[in-house]
Every structure is written in structure tokens, then in C-alpha cells.
Design a protein around this ligand. Structure first.
Ligand code: SAM
Length: 275
């Protein structure tokens, strides 16, 4: 039997793909609260079903009425209530800000249970400076607005992190290439899922790749800071030679493709030339 939870609003991060990425504390909290406020009851219902947890679900997003917010906070003043989003950490390009703000104004306790967030995971994979970063949510959909944001944030001395969708990827890369010329970009896609990849290169290289193989799924873009971060030049020959010394060509190419994000066919041709 888990210890009872004190009253309050519990912000609970949930998996962004791999259902194994949920903390023990998240599970006991989702089991122990009086209700779970969520964006989409079907999505959260599936997660809870997987965890074998039966819970009362209340639909909530930041467009919800004051009455819904009042109802959730009145409950949270007396009992533990969780807030989850469809995936990842609530409030990070997801609902929750208005609810947390109102909870604090009313003196309702707020607890946050850390866990997965695509932005942080992408930053840890990209191999770009992680000491200073600026997360700016989704890049705008319209070209002018997108370029305005890139110009504004491009001047900030930090790695930039944006959420993006696959149909808009090449438009976003085109704008990045033109507005933030010379900066390396990482496309982190389908994180924690079967087809996870993190491909780095110049916007032009990435556009060539994704025009030939249109991307699917969810994407985080990570952009190198200005100034001293020219697009990474991998010493491909050295990497291939080292891998070919111990592995068969196909394994060597696979290893170098994974390490550099470069195209396997191109690497294979080069490996044959080096042999
Ligand atoms: N709150 C979530 C979090 O903490 O990651 C983000 C929610 S936001 C509505 C959804 C966006 O996050 C997607 O369009 C994508 O840009 C990014 N995202 C979420 N899951 C992802 C994944 N598994 N791989 C790559 N990007 C992901």
C-alpha cells in the first residue's frame, strides 16, 4: 500500500513514446490521486490501462473554462489531483500554465514530478553545446513569422531548441539555412520510438536527405549557437578506416552512419574506394 498523498496539484510527466519511460513516483502518484486532469481522455486512458490503473479523468487544457479550472483546484485544495498531458512534461508546449498559476495564487500546493521531455532529450543527443540553450516551442507555421523568430532568436548566444512537425521540416530547414547560415542543425526524430534518429548536418545536407526520404513522426530541431560553431566536418575517411580495420564493410558503414548521421549509400561507396 502506497503512503497517502497530501492534497495538491501533481504535475506528472509521462512517456514520449516508449512506455517504459515512466518513473516509479509517477506510477504511485497516478494511482494515489483522486482524479487525473488530462488533455485527451482516450490518450491518458490508454496509458493508465497499460499501467493497470483505474482513475477518474477530467478533460483539461488551457482553453478550458474558468469553471473547469475552479472545479479542479477546489478538488486539489482537499485531495491530490494529477495533471498530465498527452505525452512528455505538462506545460512544455502543452497545457498547464494557467492551472499552475491559478493554483499558486489560491495557495493550493503544487508538486512537479520530473520525467521525459522531447526538448531535453534532443539536447542530450544532438552533440551541440548544452551549457546554454533556449527552448522556444514550435516554430511558427507561416514563412514570414518563422523567419522573424529565427532572426530574433538567432542573435542569442545559446543553442536553440524548437519543436517541429514532419510536413514542415524542409520549409523550416530552408528558413534556418537562409536566416542562420553556417550553423549546424540536429533533427531529432521519433525519440524513444522504434525509428528514433538524430541526424546532424548543415541545413542543406539535411534538406537533401529529407527530400529523398521524407520524414515521418515527431521532430525536435536543435540549432548550434552563433559564432564559433561551424557545421561539424566529420573526418569520414578516418572513421571509416578505423571501423574497417575491425569490422566487415556493412558493419563499418552502419557504425559510421550512426555516429555521423551521414547517408549509408554514400558511406558504402567511400568504404569501397578506401578498401
Ligand atoms: N510536453 C511535451 C514534451 O515535454 O516533450 C511536448 C508536447 S508538444 C505538443 C509535441 C511536440 O513535441 C511534437 O510536435 C514534437 O515536436 C515534440 N515531440 C514530442 N514527442 C516527441 C518524440 N518522441 N520525438 C521527437 N519529438 C517529439
Amino acid at each position: 500500500m502506497d503512503a497517502p498523498l497530501s492534497p495538491g496539484l501533481y504535475i506528472v510527466a509521462t512517456p514520449i513514446g516508449n512506455l517504459g519511460d515512466i518513473t516509479l513516483r509517477a506510477i504511485t502518484t497516478l494511482r494515489g490521486v483522486a482524479a487525473v486532469a488530462c488533455e485527451d481522455t482516450r490518450v491518458t486512458g490508454k496509458l493508465l490501462h497499460h499501467l493497470e490503473i483505474k482513475q477518474r479523468l477530467i478533460r483539461y487544457d488551457d482553453h478550458a473554462s474558468e469553471a473547469t479550472r475552479d472545479h479542479i483546484l477546489a478538488m486539489a485544495a482537499e485531495q491530490p489531483v494529477a495533471l498530465v498531458s498527452d505525452a512528455g512534461t505538462p506545460l512544455i508546449s502543452d497545457p498547464g500554465f494557467k492551472l499552475v498559476r491559478a493554483a499558486r495564487e489560491r495557495g493550493v500546493a503544487v508538486f512537479s514530478l520530473p520525467g521525459p521531455s522531447a526538448a531535453i532529450m534532443a539536447l542530450t543527443l544532438a552533440g551541440l553545446p548544452s551549457d546554454r540553450f533556449l527552448f522556444a516551442g514550435f516554430l511558427p507555421n507561416k514563412d514570414k513569422a518563422r523567419r522573424d523568430v529565427l532572426r530574433e532568436l538567432g542573435a542569442v548566444n545559446a543553442t536553440l531548441v524548437f519543436y517541429e512537425t514532419s510536413p514542415r521540416l524542409t520549409d523550416a530547414l530552408t528558413a534556418i539555412g537562409e536566416e542562420l547560415a553556417g550553423r549546424e542543425v540536429a533533427v531529432a526524430r521519433e525519440l524513444t520510438k522504434r525509428f528514433e534518429e538524430c541526424r546532424t548536418g548543415s541545413p542543406a545536407e539535411l534538406i537533401t536527405h529529407y527530400s529523398a526520404s521524407p520524414p515521418r513522426g515527431e521532430i525536435v530541431l536543435v540549432i548550434a549557437p552563433p559564432g564559433d560553431a561551424p557545421a561539424v566536418e566529420h573526418d569520414v575517411d578516418a572513421l571509416l578506416r578505423a571501423a574497417l580495420a575491425t569490422d566487415k564493410a556493412s558493419q563499418a558503414v552502419a557504425a559510421v552512419a550512426k555516429a555521423t548521421g551521414l547517408d549509408r549509400k554514400v558511406l558504402y561507396t567511400r568504404a569501397m574506394e578506401l578498401k
